[in-house]
Design a protein around this ligand. Structure first.
Ligand code: FAD
Ligand code: NAG
Ligand code: NAG
Ligand code: NAG
Ligand code: NAG
Ligand code: NAG
Length: 599
């Protein structure tokens, strides 16, 4: 293991020596100004790095990735899976806060976004869920492009995925189904590599309760309803996070002379380079983040690809005068292309980390004691094992609501698509002001994965470097609040399983005593936040449609030279954690782009 790593390192350095150029992460745009780029990708995040990697498979194609944040290299809080949340409000976070949320009785909530190479895949909770067959088939139907169906995307999931052994090397028979996975892809995925005391209890409860708590061997087969072992973007053999930066921009790929990455450079706008009926935008305007830097531009010969994420991409379009003309004028911008749906249709997953008092002392609360964390970090550094290789949960479940709780217009894509999710966690997931620090906790998080509510990204000012206004629309619709109540009651049912009789004492903090609809509503408003999955702000629609922002080939409507490839493109939010969906659309997008330039 360590020997092969040393060997790779030596191989890497000898290559860069003989070829005369080091890994191409540039910190100054002067270093790339002389190069003629076919494609400029805005945002070196989850999707952007996939596209950069795939397009540069052709040595004749020159690609530049422009990333606002710094390099991911050597960032411990990104490498150690357990440290994910340490990145919030750090130099690797955009530090967004939402507008006051109507559905949360006016409360604002935080929205971390990766400000680092790898984007949110460098700071997320690593959970790898593909969502459902029906989710993708619905997108195919809505857009009129069969290429977005599950069946067509299946090979792309496998192209992305490199399923590896968990960090502790435990026997994974019966915990996943090898037939649905890719073992030769680029991005590492594994089962959790450090067992926790609740794992066996949750599995017992699935047997005791049955019904929709039944055990599912592998939820990534497209039919996830039930309880299963969580899969994460952790590279088991090293115990490290696998992000789009560590995988698609690994040294092996960065060695390509046609792949260039510029970090610490924030794109403000795309600029029109040609007029006409469908004006062409092939120029990006950006500024290095070092103090005193000036605006600079670079021009692509073929396309600008926006991969700045569900907040960043619509923000750049709006800054560029592409959006709702009336709204642009209101902030003092000159509209160039009237596309009213830019920034609209934002969907996210409202979530609550419900705490229960637990009779046990080997919980997250223990791991979080500074002296214990220090010891575990030593272990992680020594051999990449121990509790720090885990994300926040080792089991996950997906469920539907029934009867009157199903909204009139069911937001789920079909009968095998869940309305809500539980995450089973061996402690408190996020800080809760009402839970005393000396209590040990078992959490059953609830999240609405098929919401009806929608929010938006809009401009606050005409300065492209000011944050946009982000409305996640969390629990805005009464039908969503109703589903969330059902989800909370479902969590109460779960902890009543005999498996928890000696373990779960009862609800903790302000969850205690929340039973009536009114009490649950008050609890929800106080404790709900986001699972950090905003999507849909530059949604696809059929070619020629009046609504929507992108054609099914991801080209921005009414203009030339511009595509969007990231979480913005989904007309409906996938019903699982979103990174696998983003990886898969980026893999297919790369093929769509390649096929537009056969020569
Ligand atoms: C805290 C957190 C936890 C999460 N947990 C999970 C999870 O466990 N499982 C899961 O599946 N999903 C999770 N997600 C969601 C998932 O990570 C995202 O849906 C996905 O990574 C989005 O990919 P993207 O390519 O659309 O955007 P991103 O990966 O965010 O990439 C956008 C990139 O563009 C850059 N950028 C933005 N604006 C500009 C600009 N103007 N100029 C230059 N660069 C710019 C950003 O810095 C970033 O690098 C989580 C997200 C967060 C933040
Ligand atoms: C986010 O906040 C941290 C802490 O205040 C700060 O260091 C960092 O620069 C901020 N990020 C951005 C993108 O401004
Ligand atoms: C793993 O467990 C399965 C079933 O429990 C067993 O059949 C198999 O031999 C085990 N594999 C190893 C390598 O021990
Ligand atoms: C943990 O719990 C066990 C059994 O309940 C007890 O014997 C032990 O002293 C506890 N350890 C700590 C550190 O509290
Ligand atoms: C890793 O290191 C820890 C102590 O630092 C040790 O207890 C453990 O056995 C080691 N594991 C492996 C697989 O080498
Ligand atoms: C919007 O702009 C106003 C005026 O400049 C400012 O006070 C406010 O903080 C901004 N809001 C956000 C969310 O940035």
């Amino acid at each position: 293991m360590q020997f092969s790593q040393l060997f790779l390192a030596l191989l890497g350095s000898s290559f860069s020596f003989t070829l005369g150029h080091a890994a191409a992460i540039h910190k100054n745009s002067v270093e790339v100004q002389h190069i003629k780029f076919d494609f400029i990708i805005v945002g070196g995040g989850t999707a952007g790095n996939v596209v950069a990697n795939r397009l540069t498979e052709n040595p004749k194609v020159n690609v530049l990735v422009i990333e606002a944040g710094p390099s991911h290299e050597g960032v411990l809080n990104s490498q150690v899976p357990w440290f994910a949340a340490n990145n919030w409000f750090s130099t690797y976070d955009w530090n967004y806060t939402t507008t006051p949320q109507i559905g949360l009785r006016g409360k604002s909530t935080i929205l971390p976004r990766g400000y680092i190479l790898g984007g949110s895949s460098s700071i997320n909770f690593l959970i790898y869920t593909r969502s459902t067959i029906e989710d993708y088939d619905r997108i195919a139907k809505i857009t009129g492009d069969k290429g977005w169906s599950w069946k067509t995307l299946e090979p792309y999931f496998k192209k992305n995925e490199k399923f590896v052994r968990p960090a502790d090397g435990h026997n994974t028979t019966g915990q996943f189904d090898p037939s649905v996975h890719g073992f030769n892809g680029i991005n590492s995925v594994s089962l959790q590599g450090s067992s926790t005391p609740i794992d066996a209890k949750v599995i017992s409860a699935t047997r005791q309760l049955g019904g929709d708590f039944k055990f599912v061997l592998d939820q990534n087969n497209g039919k996830p309803i039930g309880v299963g072992w969580i899969q994460t973007t952790v590279d088991g053999p090293t115990g490290r996070r696998s992000s789009s930066a560590t995988s698609y921009l690994s040294p092996k790929f960065l060695r390509r002379p046609n792949l260039h990455v510029l970090v610490n450079a924030q794109v403000s706008r795309v600029l029109q380079t040609k007029g006409g009926n469908t004006p062409t935008f092939l120029k990006v305007e950006f500024k290095q983040t070092s103090p005193g830097s000036k605006l600079t531009t670079l021009t692509a010969t073929r396309e600008i690809i926006l991969s700045a994420g569900a907040i960043g991409s619509p923000h750049i379009l709006l800054n560029s005068g592409i959006g709702d003309s009336k709204a642009l004028r209101r902030v003092g911008l000159k509209p160039l292309v009237d596309l009213p749906d830019v920034g609209a249709n934002l969907a996210d997953h409202a979530a609550i980390a419900n705490p229960f008092v637990a009779r046990g002392n080997n919980t997250f609360e223990e791991i979080r004691k500074p002296e214990v964390t220090a010891k575990l970090l030593k272990q992680w550094k020594a051999n990449g094992t121990g509790p720090l290789v885990n994300s926040i949960a080792s089991l996950i479940s997906f469920h539907r609501v029934f009867g009157n709780d199903i909204p009139k217009l069911d937001p789920a894509a079909g009968p095998n698509t869940p309305h809500f999710e539980h995450l089973f966690a061996n402690g408190l997931i996020v800080p809760n002001a009402f839970v005393p620090p000396d209590q040990h906790i078992f959490s059953v998080a609830t999240a609405l994965v098929s919401p009806s509510s929608r929010g938006s990204v809009t401009l606050n000012t005409s300065n492209p470097f000011d944050s946009p206004l982000i409305d996640l629309g969390l629990l805005k619709e009464e039908s969503d609040r109703r589903m969330m109540r059902a989800a909370l009651r479902h969590a109460f049912k779960f902890v009543k399983a005999p498996a928890f009789a000696d373990y779960v004492v009862g609800p903790a903090g302000d969850l205690a005593g929340a039973t009536t609809d009114a009490q649950l509503d008050a609890y929800m408003a106080a404790e709900a936040g986001t699972f950090f999955h905003p999507t849909g702000t530059a949604a696809m629609s059929p070619k020629g449609a009046k609504s929507g922002v992108l054609d099914p080939d991801l080209k921005v409507k009414k203009v030339s030279g511009l595509r969007v490839v990231d979480a913005s493109i989904f007309p409906h939010i996938p019903s699982g954690h979103t990174q696998a969906s983003v990886y898969v659309i980026a893999e297919r997008a790369s093929d769509i782009i390649k096929s537009s330039y056969p020569h």
